[in-house]
Design a protein around this ligand. Structure first.
Ligand SMILES: [Zn+2]
Length: 141
């Protein structure tokens, strides 16, 4: 599912991160779930066309996709995700609840551009989802 990052309004879809071109709030349609007005959160563009993320007053999210001429293609599901945080600004106790000491050491090393053990980083990355579910913090790197 595509995700939009709280705060930055960056869109993660098709395996890529796309910064918003505009965060203009416009009436862009009606919610398929509750029929209330849909307001745009942000506008994004890819090589294939435009994408508009929108939200209704009941917090239903939708990603509307258009071609380059603004012909509507489809609506897709969208979810909001927490803004990513650097390892160095996350309290140690929280990190230690999910990651081993070696993993934390190597995440920090990677963030600081120092040498690290690749396997520890892979193992740590596999736990990002669990960490986010527990603490609502998404890790950057
Ligand atoms: Zn709705």
């Amino acid at each position: 599912m595509s995700r939009i990052e709280q705060g930055s309004l960056a869109l993660f879809c098709d395996g890529e991160r796309r910064e918003p071109l505009s965060a203009e709030e416009n009436l862009v349609g009606f919610c398929a779930k509750c029929e209330s007005e849909l307001l745009s959160l942000a506008y994004h563009k890819s090589d294939a066309g435009w994408m508009v993320s929108a939200r209704c007053k009941n917090d239903h999210l939708v990603l509307m996709r258009y071609d380059l001429n603004w012909n509507w293609l489809e609506d897709q599901e969208l979810e909001i995700c927490a803004e990513a945080t650097f390892i160095s600004s996350i309290p140690r106790e929280k990190l230690e609840a999910v990651f081993t000491r070696a993993e934390i050491r190597d995440l920090e090393a990677c963030e600081n551009g120092q040498p690290f053990t690749r396997q520890n980083l892979y193992r740590a990355r596999a736990k990002y989802d669990r960490f986010e579910k527990l603490f609502g913090i998404r890790i950057k790197i």
